[in-house]
Write a protein that binds this ligand. Structure first.
Ligand SMILES: [Zn+2]
Ligand SMILES: [Zn+2]
Length: 483
């Protein structure tokens, strides 16, 4: 992680202390506000799990991990549940005891975790003596899971830390011809479970409706629910290119109302060990294919979010789903959910995997993207990536992949379309030596549809099970178009 701001303080101190930094004319220019208002970067993770679903931590522990390390906002995006039930208990079982679903759970099909191992409970009860427990009729200890409201009241601190409502809507989709997909979508800042999940329960398998239709339905349902609550939602397509979570870019091209996807999902046991084939769809390629089509059609561009998708908080499985690998830096006036959502909606944020940037400015009238990086310990590379106006929409090739792992759920071959090389072109590459700060820029050419930048630094990342370039820390700006 690049923590040195070059000013003799950590990046966090730098971000907190520097009013001058906050007043920089950043993407406010993009938003047409001239950047006059004071904005600063807030660091957060919008994808994490707890015992409310399949994460291996009580929510207090998950929050404390991030809060104590300087993250400013966090979404606990448990699968198909919003943490609002004050009567949700988990049984404490022995470390070697069989993890059986209790009888009462039968009537609650969308619930995920029923029992917690003794060693996890002991750690929790020690760190949080306020833990609420009871003894069940069979003598077993049960622990209550704190609700979103209780957690917010306990941990939120103005200008320092904010818990935002978050749910990972999780669908399994199986088709008559044997194709199987997982469609995972995070919706943020809407404090309720989508009615279709409440009605249909968890792990319902839906058949024979095209994936774009499923995706659009969930986006619409989220928008309706947000309207009911009077809040501003964010709807994110998660980890689309995991091996068996096969959501091709074509799906997202066809659903322009979806504006966000995870360009960086911090870890997954489902990511293939060797990555995707060289010409295949890594997340950068996926992103450019979607945005080339979107830009040509005059539709909103997709923005990329960086998240951890945390499941394991204790370092016991270092290669999967662990905290601190990826985050988003969001530039907003204040640390409240609506301001953060507004900022992300206008593209004023950066997705990061182990690497931050100091500043991003897009001058819309000039079509110039500028990225500032601080002095790092290693050389950095800034790539300005564009797609060309005259790209061909017809795929130039096809590739069939049959991933070796997870063959039990991988019941079909995956067909990948290969697109024109005029999509996702590195139009300019700048090398920045170690120890030097730099501000570099690229001006859109007439035949560029948009520009985005990726900053890279050689070095290890916290998690290794992901679909990003191996051995590289990265920061991704959003794609921008000239006015
Ligand atoms: Zn997921
Ligand atoms: Zn997840």
């Amino acid at each position: 992680m690049q923590m040195d701001s070059g000013l003799g303080m950590t990046r966090r101190e730098f971000l907190r202390a520097s009013a001058a930094f906050a007043a920089l004319p950043g993407l406010g220019a993009l938003a047409g506000t001239g950047g006059a208002r004071r904005r600063r970067w807030w660091k957060g993770n919008l994808h994490a799990h707890t015992f409310w679903s399949d994460g291996k931590a009580f929510p207090e522990e998950a929050i404390e991990w991030y809060r104590s390390r300087g993250w400013n906002f966090l979404g606990l995006s448990d699968h198909n549940v919003f943490q609002d039930d004050p009567d949700r208990w988990v049984g404490v079982i022995g470390d070697d005891e069989k993890d059986a679903k209790p009888e009462w759970a039968a009537s609650r099909p969308h619930r995920y975790c029923y029992n917690v191992r003794r060693r996890y409970f002991d750690e929790y009860a020690k760190a949080f003596p306020s833990a609420v427990t009871r003894v069940a009729a069979d003598g077993r200890i049960e622990a209550r899971l704190s609700t979103f409201g209780e957690l917010s009241a306990r941990f939120n601190e103005p200008g320092r830390f904010l818990l935002v409502p978050d749910v990972e809507a999780t669908r399994s989709v199986e088709y008559a011809d044997g194709r199987y997909h997982q469609l995972h979508m995070n919706y943020v800042n809407v404090p309720e479970l989508l009615p279709s999940f409440a009605a249909q329960g968890f792990r319902r398998t839906l058949k024979d409706k095209p994936l774009p239709e499923f995706l659009a339905e969930h986006a619409r349902e989220t928008a309706e629910l947000a309207r009911k609550h009077g809040c501003k939602p964010l709807f994110i397509l998660n980890h689309p290119v995991w091996t068996w979570y096969d959501v091709g870019p074509e799906v997202l091209i066809d659903v322009p109302e979806v504006r966000f996807f995870e360009v960086c999902n911090g870890g997954s046991p489902y990511a293939p060990a060797d990555g995707l084939p060289a010409d295949g769809l890594d997340t950068d390629r996926f992103w450019d294919v979607v945005n080339a089509f979107r830009a040509r059609r005059g539709q909103p561009l997709v923005y990329g979010v960086g998240t951890d998708d945390t499941h394991n908080y204790r370092g016991e499985k270092v290669n999967m789903c662990i905290p601190g690998n990826a985050w988003s830096l969001v530039r907003a006036e204040s640390l409240d959910a609506d301001s953060l959502m507004d900022a992300m909606e206008r593209g004023d944020f950066v997705a990061c995997e182990g690497l931050d940037v100091e500043d991003v400015v897009f001058d819309r009238s000039a079509g110039r993207l500028e990225v500032a990086v601080g002095p790092g310990n290693a050389p950095r590379t800034v790539r300005f990536i564009v797609s060309k106006r005259d790209f061909a929409e017809t795929p130039v090739g096809r590739m069939t992949v049959r991933p070796a792992r997870h063959s039990d759920v991988m019941r079909y071959q995956r067909d990948i379309r290969i697109y024109d090389a005029k999509i996702g072109v590195a139009a300019k590459t700048v090398e920045i030596p170690a120890g030097e700060a730099a501000r570099v820029s690229y001006e859109l050419a007439d035949d560029d549809l948009y520009v985005r930048a990726r900053v890279e630094e050689k070095g290890a990342t916290v998690s290794t099970a992901h679909l990003h370039p191996k051995g590289l820390r990265c920061a991704w700006t959003q794609p921008y178009r000239a006015s």
